[in-house]
Every structure is written in C-alpha cells, then in structure tokens.
Write a protein that binds this ligand. Structure first.
Ligand SMILES: *Cc1c(COP(=O)(O)O)cnc(C)c1O
Length: 451
C-alpha cells in the first residue's frame, strides 16, 4: 500500500482541528502521519518507525497489533459491535464488570461504564453529589481537589481540575471547589525542607477536609502521582492520610486511576500501593489496552445501595451514554486483562522500571538544565529549567519542551512534553533495550537543544 504523505498532510491541515493544539503552529510544520503500529513502535506513511514513548497518550499497554487484542476485536465484531445497555445487558460488558470487581480494591463492587476518562470523572462527581442528596444531605455541594489536578476536559472534570493554563479560561462555567496544595516538594517555598513542605501540604489537606466536612461531597485525587501536572509524585503515605481524613469526617474518596491504572505505577492500581480503598474509582486509558474508547467508574456497595428504591422514589442515577458498555470495547478490555495474566505483565515490570530509573539517573539527571527528574513505575517526567539553583523556567517563547520532542522525532522517538516537562510513559511491553534507547535519545535531544 502506498500512501501519499503530502496529500494527507495537506488534507489534515485543511480539515482537521487537533486537540490541545495551536493550529497555526501545527499548520506551519511538517507533521508525522501514522499509518500503522507494531509492538511498541509506530510506523508513518513513509514507512519510518518510531518508538511510542508516550503509549499513544498513556493508553497502550501491550503494544500495537497485539495478536490477542486484535483477535478479541475481530471475534466480537463477528458477533455484535454495539448494543445499548439501556434496557439490555450484553455478554462482554457483564463479564468485564465481574473481572474488574475481582481485581479492584475489595470495597468496590459495582461497575458503571462510559467512553472516556473525563466522562468517568463526570459520573463519579455526579454519583457522589446524588449519593449525599439521597441520604438527605443536600448541602454537600463541594469537592476538594489538589492544585494542578487534571481529571479531563468536560466541564465537571475541569471544575475539579487545577491546571491554570487549560482551565482558567472556563472559570465562569465551573462549579466552586476547595483546593489543597500539591504535596510535591520541588517548587516548595525557599525556606522549607522537602520533608517540611510535604508535611505542611498534608496538614493543609487534612484541615481543609475538617473545615469543610459538612459541605464536602468528596475528595477527588490522582493517586500518588499527578500525571498531567508534569508527573508530580506525592510522598509515600499521603494517599493513606487522605483516606483517613475522609473516614474521620465522613467524606467520600474518588480516586482517579485513569492514568495510573493497569500497572503504570507498578501494582495494578496505584491506590493498592498504600492499601487505600476508594469509595469511587475511575478507570480509562489503559482499560482496553489502548485499543478502544472505554472508561468505567467502580463504586462501593455503600454508594450503590443509596440509589436503591421504588421507581417513583427518584433514586435512580440519571446518567448514561449511547455507547455505555460498548461490547466491542468491553471484549478488548477482557483480552487486555487476559494478557496481564498470560504474560505475567506486572511480574515483569520491576527490571524495566529499574532500567528507566538507572538510565534517567545516569544519562539525564546530571544535565545542568535537568531541574528535577521524577518517576513512579513506568511514568517519568523530566522538568527542564533555565537555572537549576533558582528553578527559573525557560521563557515560554523558547518552546524548549516542544523543540526537544521535535528533535526526538528525527531520532525515531515519539514523545510529548507538558510545557518544559518531558514525559516518558512507554507501553508496559516496551523492552529493556527500547527503554534504554528511549532514555538515550531523550538525553541526546536535551544535549542538542540545550548544550
Ligand atoms: C487523561 C486523564 C483523564 C481524562 O481521560 P480522557 O479519556 O482523556 O477523557 C482523567 N483523569 C486523569 C488522571 C487523566 O490522566
């Protein structure tokens, strides 16, 4: 098959509006057009191969064109591709719910499906609000979030987000929330030690929960690492302290595992690492191994039971989507879970995580413009700064992150920065050799751009 790259590029410029993209810059550049994938590589219309350094936006786990996942799509398409869950059950969505409940923390017993991560967050927020209303506590209209939180781009998800650059513009449309400081010490005030700052941030979260307890429906949190904020890791024990604060003050805990779920941080779900059981947990991105759009909210029996009643009592959860529980997506999600078992994916992660850690420590961290290198499991962020001592950023106009990622493309690696923070989040299936290459190319591109 020969593809005309130039005419595809031209058609893309003319007809497509890309997400999170300044289209004027996009149209001024020569873009890579992906035609295929194989394992942890992407292949463009000219046949050039690239390492998929960001798992096709944090979604792919076992590589592209995995035979098991490909077969699941084909098999299910041979039966039925979509059927509504309003008034009907379907085979894969039912089987998947049972499997997810078996894997998730014990408290979570029910599965509600949606299509994207943001929708899952939206649903969790609405569930938490309605839960309290049904219990007669109609004043529970606030959510506690962290500064620089990211939970997706629908209005409810943006309301519980805190990334100024993306969210400020929509301010007038958002519902009010309470924000607690991000417990990552890199950008702490000068007069505090890292430990001192972490303790202060934790105490601030605890007192915010205590102060607003009567009005808080839930605390919403990305567990142990805030990915979109630039891979901001939290100190060990922080999530545990959030759970304890919620328990003390009778507030629900929504843990957003859309980015961290499915082994990205080591365990299947990040909250497991601290023995934390949320009341509501959101899943997305890796749920289908990065194949199809599917997300889910897992709910505790405590939450679910509050919605039970007679038809005329109005206790129904009034929410749904046309593609809720899509069978094709659910079938590939089941195959995704099979691959975790059949290939002992979690058991094989430790040496890969170590290879990334060692590579970053030796090849990247020593660079004078590497301000901070953060990693949790297979998720890493490299924060580049103009001055290491003052932590002053580069001027935005220099586009350091974008320029380094453009260089990486030349070297056959696809990366995407968050501002001047380089993100490495390769598929779990990435080999140790590929991880070493990913880190080496990152180091080379930093050297080329910043000397
Ligand atoms: C990506 C992300 C979302 C949004 O998921 P979409 O599928 O892009 O809507 C929500 N929460 C977290 C933590 C994410 O990283």
């Amino acid at each position: 098959m020969s593809l005309d790259t130039a005419s595809l590029r031209e058609a893309d410029r003319r007809f497509v509006w890309h997400p999170f993209t300044q289209m004027r810059s996009w149209c001024a550049e020569s873009q890579v057009v992906i035609a295929a994938g194989e394992g942890c590589e992407l292949i463009d219309t000219d046949g050039k191969r690239y390492l998929d350094g960001v798992s096709s936006l944090w979604a792919n786990l076992h590589g592209h064109r995995h035979p098991r996942l490909d077969a699941a799509v084909a098999d299910q398409a041979g039966k039925i591709s979509h059927g509504t869950m309003l008034g009907l059950a379907n085979v894969p969505a039912t089987e998947l719910a049972e499997r997810l409940v078996g894997l998730a923390p014990g408290r979570l017993q029910k599965v509600f499906y949606a299509g994207d991560g943001a929708c899952a967050v939206e649903i969790a927020v609405k569930m938490a609000f309605e839960y309290w209303s049904l219990r007669g506590e109609t004043g529970r209209d606030l959510f506690l979030k962290l500064d620089e939180a990211y939970h997706g781009d629908t209005i409810g998800a943006v309301s519980v987000g805190g990334i100024d650059l993306f969210h400020r513009i929509f301010g007038p449309l958002l519902f009010p929330t309470i924000a607690a400081p991000t417990p990552n010490a890199y950008r702490r005030p000068h007069d505090l030690t890292p430990e001192g700052y972490e303790e202060l941030a934790t105490a601030a979260m605890e007192s915010a929960v205590a102060e607003h307890a009567r009005r808080l429906a839930a605390v919403v949190i990305e567990p142990r690492i805030q990915a979109a904020a630039g891979m901001l890791t939290h100190p060990p024990g922080y999530l545990r302290r959030v759970r304890e604060a919620c328990d003390r003050h009778d507030v629900l805990l929504i843990v957003d595992e859309v980015a961290t779920g499915f082994g990205r941080t080591g365990p299947m779900f990040s909250c497991e690492a601290e023995g934390v059981e949320p009341d509501l947990m959101t899943l997305g991105k890796g749920l289908t191994g990065g194949y199809l759009t599917l997300s889910a909210v897992l709910a505790s029996d405590g939450v679910y039971d509050a919605f039970l009643g007679e038809p005329d009592e109005g206790r129904t959860f009034y929410h749904g989507h046309t593609y809720t529980g899509n069978p094709l997506a659910a079938a590939v999600a089941l195959a995704n879970l099979d691959v975790f078992e059949e290939e002992s994916v979690l058991g094989g992660l430790a040496p890969k995580v170590e290879a990334m850690r060692r590579g970053l420590a030796e090849r990247v961290a020593p660079h004078p413009h590497a301000g901070d290198v953060r990693q949790l499991g297979m998720m890493a962020g490299i924060e580049l700064v103009a001055d290491r001592a003052s932590k002053d950023p580069f001027p935005v106009s220099r586009q350091v992150g974008n320029r380094i990622c453009a260089r990486a493309v030349e070297h056959g690696v696809i990366m995407r920065p968050l501002g001047d923070i380089l993100v490495l989040m390769p598929p779990l299936a990435t080999s140790i050799e590929q991880i070493e290459r990913l880190v080496e190319v990152t180091g080379v591109c930093i050297d080329e751009e910043l000397g």
